[in-house]
Design a protein around this ligand. Structure first.
Ligand SMILES: [Zn+2]
Length: 300
C-alpha cells in the first residue's frame, strides 16, 4: 500500500489494525518524530507484531510550513458532510485522502481497528488524553495512567477521534506536552508503546522497557486529578481578538468568575470553576480554553 500520507507499516498479521496519526496539526512535529522512532525500533527488532501498525502523517503542507493548518483546521472537519463537500481548501483534500487511506486499511471492519491520534498543545505543562465515547476507548485511556477527559469528544464533534469513535473504533487522542519539546516527543513515544502493549500488538517480554514508560507517565501525572469531564468550551469566532492572560497551564485550578483572558477589549470570565485545560497561547485555534472538573462518582 503506497500513499504519501503513509510513513510506514509494521507487522504482517492482517487480522487487525492499529492506526497512529501524527501531525494532524502542522505545528506539532513531536507526533511524527515519535512515530518514526517506534516504527524504526519495531522494524529493526523483528519481534512478532500481532496485527498491523500503520503510521500516518496528517496535514502534509501544514507540517512543511510548521502551521496548524493551511486554510481550515483539519481536525475540526471530520464528518460525512465535510467529506462530501466540494471545498477546494487544501485541508479538505487532506481530509479526503487520509479518510480514503483509513478506509482501505480498515476495509469497513472498524471494530478490528484502533486509532491513536497524537497531539501537543501550546500551554506549558499537563499532559492528558481524550477517549472516544465507547468502553474500549475509555479503558485504553485509563491504562495510560494520565489524566483523561470524558465528554470532550462530544463537544469537539468533528474530530477524527469522534468520527471513528462513533463507527465503533477504539480511539484515543494523546496530548503529549508543549509543542515541539523533547519531553512531548518522548511522551508521545511512550503513548505509542503503551498502546501497542495494552492492545497486545507486542509482547511485554520483547519490549521490557514499556513497564518503565508506564511508571514514568504515572509518576509525572501523580499530582493531577485523573478522571475529569469537560464542562465548558470557550469557542472562538474569526472576529474575536483573543488573548489568554499569562500563567495558565493544563489543570491549573480556576474559580468561577475568574478573568482568564481578554477578548475584543473585555475580560473573559470563566462561567465554571474547576481546572483550566488547553489555554490558547498560539495564534491559530478555534478554542480559547476548556474547563474540566474532577469526576469522583461513577454515573450511568
Ligand atoms: Zn493538535
Amino acid at each position: 500500500m503506497k500513499d504519501k500520507h503513509l510513513m510506514g507499516v509494521a507487522g504482517n498479521d492482517e487480522s487487525r489494525k492499529l492506526i497512529i496519526i501524527g501531525g494532524m496539526h502542522g505545528n506539532e512535529h513531536s507526533g511524527p518524530e515519535a512515530m518514526r522512532r517506534v516504527m524504526e525500533h519495531l522494524l529493526k527488532a523483528g519481534h512478532p507484531v500481532r496485527g498491523q501498525v500503520y503510521f500516518i502523517l496528517g496535514n502534509l503542507k501544514a507540517l512543511e510550513r510548521g502551521e496548524r493548518f493551511v486554510d481550515t483546521d483539519l481536525n475540526r472537519i471530520w464528518s460525512d458532510e465535510h467529506l462530501r463537500s466540494a471545498s477546494t481548501d487544501y485541508d479538505y483534500n487532506e481530509l479526503r485522502e487520509i479518510h480514503a487511506l483509513i478506509e482501505r486499511i480498515c476495509g469497513g471492519r472498524y471494530e478490528d481497528c484502533a486509532l491513536l491520534d497524537l497531539h501537543t498543545f501550546s500551554a506549558d505543562s499537563g499532559l492528558f488524553c481524550i477517549p472516544a465515547e465507547n468502553a474500549p476507548s475509555e479503558a485504553l485511556a485509563r491504562y495510560f495512567g494520565v489524566p483523561y477527559i470524558e465528554k470532550l469528544a462530544r463537544s469537539l464533534p468533528e474530530t477524527a477521534l469522534n468520527y471513528y469513535g462513533e463507527k465503533g473504533m477504539t480511539s484515543v487522542v494523546f496530548e503529549g506536552g508543549k509543542h515541539n519539546t523533547p519531553e512531548a516527543t518522548d511522551n508521545l513515544e511512550r503513548a505509542i508503546w503503551l498502546t501497542l502493549a495494552y492492545l497486545n500488538y507486542i509482547r511485554k517480554e520483547d519490549f521490557p522497557f514499556v513497564d518503565d514508560m508506564k511508571k514514568y507517565l504515572e509518576k509525572i501525572s501523580a499530582a493531577y486529578p485523573h478522571r475529569l469531564e469537560m464542562v465548558y468550551r470557550h469557542r472562538l469566532e474569526d472576529y474575536h481578538h483573543y488573548r489568554m492572560n499569562d500563567g495558565y497551564y493544563n489543570f491549573k485550578p480556576v474559580d468561577k468568575g475568574e478573568p482568564v483572558a481578554r477578548q475584543n477589549g473585555r475580560d473573559v470570565r470563566t462561567p465554571f470553576g474547576g481546572f483550566m485545560l488547553m489555554p490558547l497561547y498560539q495564534k491559530k485555534g478555534s478554542d480559547g480554553f476548556f474547563i474540566v472538573q474532577e469526576r469522583k462518582h461513577h454515573r450511568h
